[in-house]
Design a protein around this ligand. Sequence first.
Ligand code: SF4
Length: 260
Amino acid sequence: MLTIVTEPRLTGDRKVSPLIGKKGKGENEGTVRVKNSFGLPAIKSCYGSTDWCEEVCYALALQKAWKTVDNFLAGNWQAVEPHLTDADALTSLLTPLVEEVIAQYVKREIPPEEWVFRWFWNGDLPTEQFATAIRRIAVRYPEVQFWMYTRSFSFVHRLKGPDNLAVYLSIDPDNVKAAVKTERKHPWVHLAFCADTWEDTEELAAEFPHRRKGPKCPELTGKVPLVVWGEDRLGRGACVECGMCIKGTNNVRFASKGHK
Ligand code: SF4
């Protein structure tokens, strides 16, 4: 049954959280202690989805496998949908999420360099007004480093500006031509090359000869585990450990098959 909510809610994603408590025997098993990501339903919120990404979508697979995930994301959609073209309303609606994360960071004594927030662990930017709200929130909270990947290329101009907001174009074989045009207009964006194999990601990167192709995501290759555990049974997510996309240090590559 769909949970009726009026406010959007945060998600705890092990890959991006700076604080995870060990639970169970599995290598990556743990409970996220600081929830620091926001998601919307896949496809429904994905203004720029492509045939390729819909085919391999890990988020959609999760929604199909777990009714609770599906319902949770539907609740977030229900909260934002009436306001999708109202940047002021979206800013008011989404700001408390960041306040909540900051309160958790303070309470858990997370060092300031790990105050990070991921937009769209699931789903994507649905409207340009949503992009405006995200930019405004980044300006309002310079102490937090935000990052996101998007196929909603038509809206990225609204995200330009804040140093603490790293924006990646998610580029795949179906939208690479549109990505070339977008990058030409907005050279400040970072590039995430997504394809079936690592070789294919290099082919995509070759369409941008003036840009670095970026390394393979080390979590996908197994260089960095999903959760990096300390001695105290506390861990932090691979992205916090790696930090590359969070700060927009480099472009990046993701392969959907044969990761290691
Ligand atoms: S490259 Fe690093 S920051 Fe980017 S997704 Fe992979 S682990 Fe996360």
